[in-house]
Each structure stands twice: as C-alpha cells, then as structure tokens.
Design a protein. Structure first.
Length: 135
C-alpha cells in the first residue's frame, strides 16, 4: 500500500514537469533510472529513452525493453528534450547535468532537466512528512 501511494505521489509531481514532451530521456540505467523510467511509462504514458555513458555494454541498445542511446546522441538531438538525471548521489547528478549543459550542441538550452533523486526525496517527504531519504 505504501509503495502504491508513493508511486502515485511521484507520478503527480512528475506529470507537470514532463507534460509538454512526448519523449523523456532518462540518463543512467541503474536501479533509480529504471524505477523512474517505469513511473514515466506507466504513470505518465510517455516514451522513454535511456541515456548512459556505458551504452556500449548493452549490445541490443535496449534496457527493460526501452531504447538506449549514447550521451552524444542526446547532445546532438535537435528537438526540445526533457532529461531526467537519475543517480542516487546528488553530486553525481549535478556533474551529469553540468556535462549535459556543456555539451548541448544547439546552445539553445533546448532541454528541461529534472533530478530523479530529488523527485523521489520530495515525494517521500510529502508522504511521510519531513524525513531523510537514503539510497
């Protein structure tokens, strides 16, 4: 029951952030990235594409049935993008976000960045009250 309620809260927080995007890019295929991808596909009905530095470790270019691309492919895309950076360590998320901003090819800041760990932490806090979420 608790996990269902948390999933519902996460989805409600996520919908306004991604509603203007048909595709959502989830950066990192670890457990947090996979969980957030599931929230986006099931709860928000959006297409999810994984992005990971170690994309070459997945010869099928798929993870959990979803496409996987390299960061360079993300940087070169012309379309407006929503990127959810998912690493349980906020410092690593910030480093990834900085790299995305630096490498963004169009220089139009044509993307929306969301931090997966912050989304989960805020959802848990709204459910349990003030708390610290540890990954």
């Amino acid at each position: 029951q608790i996990s269902f309620e948390l999933k519902k809260i996460c989805t409600q927080m996520l919908i306004p952030l991604i509603e203007n995007f048909q595709k959502v890019f989830v950066f990192c295929v670890g457990s947090l990235g996979r969980s957030v991808a599931r929230l986006v596909t099931e709860g928000c009905n959006k297409e999810v594409i994984f992005v990971d530095e170690m994309f070459d470790k997945f010869p099928s270019n798929r993870v959990d049935g979803l496409s996987l691309i390299s960061p360079m492919e993300l940087y070169c895309a012309d379309e407006k993008r929503c990127v959810i950076v998912c690493n349980p360590q906020p410092a690593v998320e910030m480093k990834i976000a900085k790299t995305i901003k630096k490498n963004e090819q169009s220089n139009k800041n044509n993307f929306n960045l969301i931090f997966g760990s912050q989304l989960i932490k805020e959802s848990a806090s709204s459910f349990f009250g003030k708390c610290e979420v540890v990954f």
